[in-house]
Design a protein around this ligand. Structure first.
Ligand SMILES: Cc1cc2nc3c(=O)[nH]c(=O)nc-3n(C[C@H](O)[C@H](O)[C@H](O)COP(=O)(O)O)c2cc1C
Length: 380
């Protein structure tokens, strides 16, 4: 155990899961799945490295519960039995490296990349208008979440995380900005919470009371007419009451990620910690994960010590430096390599439908990666 960062390296219990330290991998979609959504060797090698980094828990990137509900091509899927084999191998790979394995499940709603998009209300997104979900759609998607969650358990993961962040379907129902329904799923906060809370209830029923269910939690939509802490703190309390395992707090959606003020704020270390703190203060005991440019162990330790959050989530930070946890623990003596704030290579690669590599990797690693995916080196 490190003496320099005692809070960061203190153990914590999440339901039945014993975490050896407070460092987790936050979900990070990199476009590594096979074109049919199955687990590829690229995925296995990537998660082997992430799990070997010394994090206590890896939360695997968003996996589609519906082939028409994935946000990008090359996204993992769990909507059919046939995906179980690869996903079991993924859980095993993470466990072999000594980390706990959680799988995040998602429906992208209006952000789905295929032309036919469903959402709580008809809403224009990148020039395409989503279709308002019927009662039948609502029942089907709730069922899909529940069936997918039971597959996560069957595949041998230690828990499932519901993707209620980034502006995907669960948020689209919660948000007054995107939910314009006039039935029992729209209008008041109580009504807007109904769909995500029904998903939670059915998922809990499907996996049983002992299987940890976490929630990627949007604390603030970063839009004047969107969700803010006044409402999301109330939603957080509802989730806590229902016995969820943790809330992994984030802020912003695809509608805000490209706003100049978001781009500026996002360059700062710990830019989402204040949202995690706001949620932590509103709940009583549910563990809170915070992410967002937590580039140094000093900052991470302070966040835990000052009780702004209970756990740290590293996404790009861990990709940029897969040795971050070992350096923090002083198993290695070099300083951590930060995720470069002015670089958006990962986002650009995803937007271009190409597997992600990191500008902070050394030249040989970058070259090896491009060779492996059969891509010629170009200036990005
Ligand atoms: C390329 C990319 C992919 C991401 N994929 C996911 C995802 O699949 N699920 C999710 O909840 N968050 C996702 N996120 C958000 C991260 O989990 C994290 O909250 C954010 O990147 C801030 O942490 P970081 O500075 O360590 O990257 C993604 C972010 C990026 C940049």
């Amino acid at each position: 155990m490190s003496n320099n960062f005692p809070s960061l390296f203190s153990p914590i219990q999440i339901k039945k899961l014993a975490l050896k330290n407070r460092i987790t991998m936050a979900p990070l979609f990199l476009g590594y799945a096979n074109p049919d959504g199955s687990v590829s060797s690229l995925i296995l090698d990537h998660y082997r490295e992430m799990a070997a980094s010394g994090v206590s828990m890896v939360v695997v990137e968003n996996v589609g519960i519906d082939p028409f509900g994935t946000g990008s091509p090359f996204t993992l899927r769990i909507d059919e039995e046939r995906f179980l084999f690869g996903l079991s191998g993924l859980a095993k790979t993470i466990h072999q490296q000594g980390a706990l394995a959680i799988l995040q499940i998602n429906h992208a709603g209006r952000y789905a990349y295929r032309p036919e998009k469903i959402a709580p209300s008809s809403f224009e997104t990148y020039g395409a208008v989503s279709r308002e979900m019927t009662e039948e759609d609502i029942e089907r998607v709730i069922r899909d979440f529940a069936i997918s969650a039971s597959r996560v358990k069957e595949a041998g993961f230690d828990g499932v995380e519901l993707h209620g962040g980034t502006g995907y379907l669960l948020v689209q129902f919660l948000s007054p900005r995107t939910n314009k329904r006039t039935d029992t799923y729209g209008g008041s906060l109580e009504n807007r919470m109904r769909f995500p809370l029904r998903v939670v209830a059915e998922v809990l029923k499907a996996v049983g009371p002992d299987f940890p269910v976490g929630y990627r939690f949007l604390a603030d939509e970063w839009q004047p007419d969107g969700l803010h802490l006044e409402e999301t703190t109330l939603f957080a309390r509802e989730l806590e009451q229902r016995g969820l395992a943790y809330l992994s707090v984030m802020a912003g959606t695809y509608d805000s990620f490209f706003l100049p003020e978001y781009i500026e704020e996002e360059k700062k270390e710990g830019y989402m910690v204040r949202f995690a703190k706001g949620i932590k203060e509103a709940v009583s005991h549910i563990p809170i994960i915070t992410a967002g440019r937590i580039n140094t162990p000093e900052l991470a330790n302070r966040i835990i010590e000052e009780k702004q959050a209970d756990l740290i989530g590293l996404a790009r930070v861990l990709l940029a430096d897969p040795l971050w946890p070992k350096k923090a623990q002083q198993i290695l003596t070099e300083p951590t390599t930060p995720c470069e704030p002015t670089c958006s290579l990962c986002m650009k690669r995803i937007a271009g439908g190409k597997p992600v590599f990191c500008s902070q990797w050394d030249r040989n690693r970058q070259k090896g990666f491009l060779l492996r995916i059969g891509e010629k080196e170009t200036k990005e």
